[in-house]
Design a protein around this ligand. Structure first.
Ligand code: DP6
Length: 360
């Protein structure tokens, strides 16, 4: 059976009148970046991320049988109706409907909240879309008790991907690969898989402090950003470079070679921004404090021999990554030298986590 065919649903003769499910799903931070997509949310290159632990979305999905054949749902953020989210959810429902025949049979209430402030500049699409995908999978599992855990996780990642590409990497952890790569067994474009090779204990419980440089709305939506890669003069080289970087990470993970890890991770972040700088139209998403923080991290490394390094998403915030054994010294450095460069002095301490879990 083809990978995609396995996710086609069974037909159910009866479905319950009503019910509720609830999942908590984390955000993730890419080490090798996904930037460029085609078809139905298929990546142009393979990517790998650390799943996070503290930055997460909790989503409860309440469902009740209804008449008619339309999609019916309401979204609540922190208890308040959030109609602004509804067009995105409608698009998601339309996309995933072939995989969940019960979608038109229910009225849904989607109650969602994030552990991080809405305006923090932290993208909630990975955690939000994966949490919703998991809720839908839980409904399907209640109708298909023979469903295996592996199948559940794969389909959850597959469905999350249809909501937001990076959401496919939030189901499990701590390291998830998404996108076909000839050197990563089992990797594919349809869903994320746990990184299948040895990882040195230095990478266990890896720390990520998110330095909130700019808390405004995103300047460039990820959809527009990915589109910019379609006619981009450097696109093909970038996709090849990402795949090379993922391959280079394998001996680094196995041997715990932090100095090489830093080079790849920082280069990936800068390449992502280089693509945006060189696209048409171009985007400069770093802010002066983003650059100042990067400089201070590099100076700190030179002066102390630390292994702390930075990565960036498509925005101005900086993720400071460091091994657990350096926690105290790096967190002192953050307090003393980086905090003042963050908006309202705000940052979030996070670390690699194991993925989503069901809470109801
Ligand atoms: C820069 O997953 O937000 O964070 O698939 O359009 O929803 P869509 O894009 P999205 O892109 C994330 C891009 C990135 C890098 C990464 O997470 O790999």
């Amino acid at each position: 059976m083809s990978l995609i065919a396995q996710f086609q649903p069974h037909t159910f003769s009866t479905i319950p009148e009503d019910g509720s499910v609830c999942w908590q799903s984390p955000s993730n931070i890419a080490l090798v970046k996904y930037w460029g997509k085609h078809g139905q949310q298929l990546p142009r290159n393979a990517s790998i991320s650390f799943t996070l632990r503290n930055c997460h979305t909790t989503t409860a999905l309440h469902y009740q049988k209804k008449e008619g054949n339309d999609f019916q749902f309401e979204v609540f953020l922190d208890g308040k109706r959030e109609e602004g989210f509804e067009p995105k959810i409608l698009k998601f429902f339309e996309r995933v409907e072939p995989y969940f025949p019960f979608l038109r049979k229910y009225m849904f209430q989607i109650e969602t909240s994030n552990s991080f402030p809405h305006s923090s500049g932290i993208a909630s699409s990975a955690s939000g879309m994966s949490a919703l995908a998991l809720c839908l999978l839980s409904i399907e599992r209640s109708l298909t008790p023979e469903m295996t855990e592996d199948f559940f996780n794969q389909k959850a990642s597959f469905i999350a991907r249809l909501g937001s590409g990076s959401a496919s990497r939030s189901i499990s952890g701590p390291l998830v690969v998404w996108g076909t790569h000839p050197k990563v067994e089992g990797s594919n474009d349809l869903f994320g898989i746990e990184y299948p090779y040895p990882v040195h204990h230095r990478f266990k419980n890896y720390q990520d402090t998110i330095l909130l440089v700019d808390k405004g709305e995103k300047q460039v939506s990820s959809t527009l950003g990915h589109d910019l890669m379609n006619d981009h003069p450097y696109a093909q080289n970038r996709f090849a470079e990402a795949n090379k970087n993922l391959e280079k990470l394998q001996p680094i993970f196995e041997g715990g070679i932090l100095s090489e890890f830093i080079k790849i991770v920082e280069s990936e972040a800068l390449q992502l921004h280089a693509m945006m700088l060189a696209s048409d139209p171009s985007f400069i998403l770093m802010k002066p404090n983003t650059l100042e923080i990067i400089q201070r991290i590099r100076t700190f490394r030179e002066e102390t021999g630390s292994n702390a390094c930075f990565t960036l998403d498509a925005g101005a915030n900086v993720h400071l990554l460091y091994p657990e054994f350096e926690k105290e010294r790096v967190q002192d450095f953050i307090e003393n030298q980086l905090k003042s460069l963050c908006a309202n002095g705000e940052f979030i301490h996070d670390a690699a986590g194991m993925g989503a879990f069901k809470i109801g």
